[in-house]
Structures are given as structure tokens and as C-alpha cells.
Design a protein around this ligand. Structure first.
Ligand code: PRP
Length: 210
């Protein structure tokens, strides 16, 4: 039997995923060692391998078949636009992709003004403004702390993830429009889906029971 390889997005999603996998009897003791510098972990008995990757790289590993299965947020899947199968909503990591800004920016959105939009997700922002709202905007790509942009005058609004809303509130910003709901998803390489259909299908079934 060949190994099935999982690519997990580093951080909270990976921790929750490992807990979920434990509930269906899939464990990886090696991975629990906090001091390890190892990058890839094996469960010999079940013929599984696991590795942690930066979230935005997970769809890349899966598209190229370096991982058969990936667990990553819907935000990253939409932004990366890779060829893969999205097979399951894992139901955790729930949040929303929103257009946010100061209350005063609301009229700029309604009047279809030419505005600047800062985001870590330029593709999602572009698709929303250009294709869905049909509003011509300038997209500015940032890499973090996006809430700063409207405060310091880099952009009028941002497109970003809102979970509890605390970051917005503490910075005097608010949700102006909702782009889409988000959660953690399981994605599968297109060839693996055919070659390993039975094992992957069994995994999906078990996961949907917990
Ligand atoms: C994310 C997101 C928001 C914040 C939303 O940022 O980009 O800034 O979390 O969460 P909240 O609604 O619960 O406040 P992250 O913490 O990943 O860091 P970053 O700003 O450096 O991207």
C-alpha cells in the first residue's frame, strides 16, 4: 500500500485537524513533540504521512500531487485558484470574508466611486469588486495587519477575514459588506481522487460522522 500524504496549514487549523483525526483513530505521535525540527511525520501502521506548510502553499502541494490531501481555509483555496477537488467542509475555522472600513466609507461603496482596496487576498477582492459588484477599484496587496490601511490613509476600505470582530472594533472600523462565509476545507489532488478513491472516501465518511 502506498502512503497517503496530508498537507496541513500550520497553526490553529492544523491543531484542530489533528484532534479531529484522533477522533477517528488516526494519530501521529511524532507530531506531538513540540521541540522537533522535523518537517514530515509518518504513521507506519496506517501508511500515512503528514506535513505542515504555510497555508498559501497547501493548495500548491495538493495540485502537484506532493500531498494527496490538504486541509486549509476556504479563503486560501479561493485566493490560490488551484486545480483540486474540494471534498469536504470540516465545519471549524468559521469566519467571514468582508469589506471593512470606517462607517464613512459606506457611501463610496454605494456610489461606485473609484476607491483603493487593501487586502491580503487580492484575487478575492478583485473578483468581488470587478465581477460581482462591477465596480472599478484599485487593489493594493498587503501581507498582514491590513486594518492599518484605512487608518493611515493607504486605502478607503479593506477586504479581510472577520472572526470575532475584535480587531475591527478596537480600530474603529466596521463590516460594510460581506463577501462570503469561510471555514476549513479538505481538498484532494485530482489524480489521487481516482487512484485512492476507496481510502479517501472512507476517510470522508468517518470524518462526517464526528
Ligand atoms: C486575521 C484577520 C484579521 C483578524 C480577524 O489576522 O486578517 O486581522 O484575524 O479576527 P477577529 O475578527 O477575531 O479580530 P491574523 O491574526 O491572521 O494576522 P494578520 O493581521 O497579521 O494577518
Amino acid at each position: 500500500m502506498r502512503y497517503l500524504t496530508f498537507a496541513l496549514a500550520k497553526g490553529r487549523l492544523a491543531k484542530t485537524t489533528l484532534k479531529l483525526l484522533e477522533q477517528i483513530g488516526i494519530t501521529c505521535e511524532e507530531m506531538k513533540d513540540k521541540d522537533t525540527r522535523k518537517l514530515i511525520f509518518t504513521n507506519e501502521e496506517l501508511k500515512l504521512k503528514f506535513f505542515l506548510a504555510k497555508a498559501s502553499d497547501v493548495p500548491t502541494y495538493v495540485e502537484y500531487g506532493a500531498a494527496d490531501i490538504g486541509v486549509v481555509g476556504e479563503d486560501t483555496i479561493l485566493e490560490e485558484g488551484r486545480n483540486l477537488y474540494e471534498v469536504m467542509d470540516l465545519g471549524f475555522g468559521k469566519c467571514r470574508m468582508c469589506v471593512c472600513g470606517p462607517e464613512s466609507a459606506k457611501e463610496l461603496l454605494n456610489s461606485h466611486a473609484m476607491i483603493r482596496v487593501a487586502s491580503k487576498y487580492p484575487e478575492i477582492a478583485r473578483d468581488y469588486f470587478h465581477n460581482i459588484k462591477q465596480q472599478t477599484v484599485e487593489i493594493i496587496k498587503l501581507n498582514g495587519s491590513v486594518e492599518l490601511a484605512p487608518i493611515v490613509g493607504l486605502s478607503e476600505v479593506i477586504v479581510d477575514i472577520v472572526e470575532t470582530g475584535t480587531t475591527l472594533k478596537e480600530n474603529g472600523l466596521t463590516v460594510l459588506e460581506e463577501v462570503c462565509p469561510l471555514s476549513a476545507r479538505m481538498v484532494v489532488n485530482q489524480v489521487s481522487m481516482k487512484m485512492e478513491q476507496e481510502r479517501i472516501q472512507a476517510l470522508i465518511e468517518k470524518l462526517s460522522e464526528v
